[in-house]
Design a protein around this ligand. Sequence first.
Ligand code: S3P
Length: 452
Amino acid sequence: MSATGEPQPMTARAGAPLRGVAQVPGDKSVSHRALILGALAVGETRIEGLLEGQDVLDTAEAMRAFGAEAVREGPGRWRVQGVGVGGFAEPDRVIDCGNSGTGVRLIMGAMATTPIAATFTGDASLVKRPMARVTDPLALFGARMLGRAGGRLPMTVLGARDPVPVRYALPVASAQVKSAVLLAGLNAPGQTVVIEREATRDHTERMLGGFGAEVTVTDTEEGRVVTLTGQPELRPQTLVVPRDPSSAAFPVCAALIAEGSEVRVPGIGLNPTRAGLYETLREMGAELAFEEAREEGGEPVADLVARFSPALRGVEVPAGRAASMIDEYPVLAAVAACAEGPTVMRGVGELRVKESDRIAAMAAGLRACGVEVEEGDDWWIVHGRGARGVPGGATVASHLDHRIAMSFLVLGLAARAPVTVDDAGPIATSFPGFPELMRGLGAEIGAEASAA
Ligand code: S3P
């Protein structure tokens, strides 16, 4: 939706090849964490390349409500004056995290061991999403919560007065839950331990180390064990946010399926806990090169070069890879629709509790575009129709989900008839300027309602 609340339909159609350089915005996961840890440090943190999508702006506003200063000094350039671990003030207003599960879950963790109350809410998508996965471990620290049935927002969290450290084995592979526990552990005495069976994105651990906290990571038979020593004084940092591999996925995938394309996407974060899509695309036969591999801001980055790949074939994506590409399955499904044969995705039940039920949303839209999809609780299969084989010609629902909207616009660039999304407004939560960037590459994407 737009600021006026009106849906913004948008249509993509096949046309000229995509060519040029795509400068995608900063990493959303890293941006949230930079603001939150900056707010918990003593002194002034400087951030370059912050994503200025609505999700992250909502987190900046939340940090102000908890007493930190967060000031925009220029495009992507921010200054955060932190209040120190345990220094959050009680907000005098409801914390509205908009569309962002990451924002609300991380902030709940960050305040759960400080004796203040805060009430959280969000948009029509966020209030449907499960919060028990974070409130269960936060209760072990001594925090209390009162929310709607099923642990849904709006919810009030009362932070623990005398927090105790926690040892927690994650029941679901979730970096948000891991991060909420670690952020809560900051203000608990002693050692807080999180154990994950599958490695999820590790930006919180990396960044906590950079801010001077004592964090160790060990691989054991139980899984990956992250141990944080509580009550550190966090030292302010100068942070450079890498460009988001999850946003890069859209111009990259568009280039792979739009005839004659060649697109360069520079400076993309390729942290191995985030890079599963690119491995999968290569297995499908994508013409994808990684150039100038280097390190920026403590994260591995490279320039990606994607070329039209007419001979893509379906693959079986290993379930063990799910965590490293969890946000990329929708756009992978768009590519899979243009590949020969089935693409099988298993171990992806988490897709059903994202900004939308992403399996259901993609399956419905793909079927409307003439692509056969099978689905179960935690698996789905997209039956590819080969290059230039997707009929398209449909209007699909984005369900308040930025990645569903962008995935169908990407598909529209390769389908035989245009594809319309009913509401492209949510794209601004993670990728402001997406339509303009794509048009700059030559894509025919316009603000129109009709797919015909
Ligand atoms: C994120 C973790 C993932 C991902 C989300 C961002 C993070 O969610 O889907 O977009 O920044 O920690 P889960 O932790 O629920 O898997």
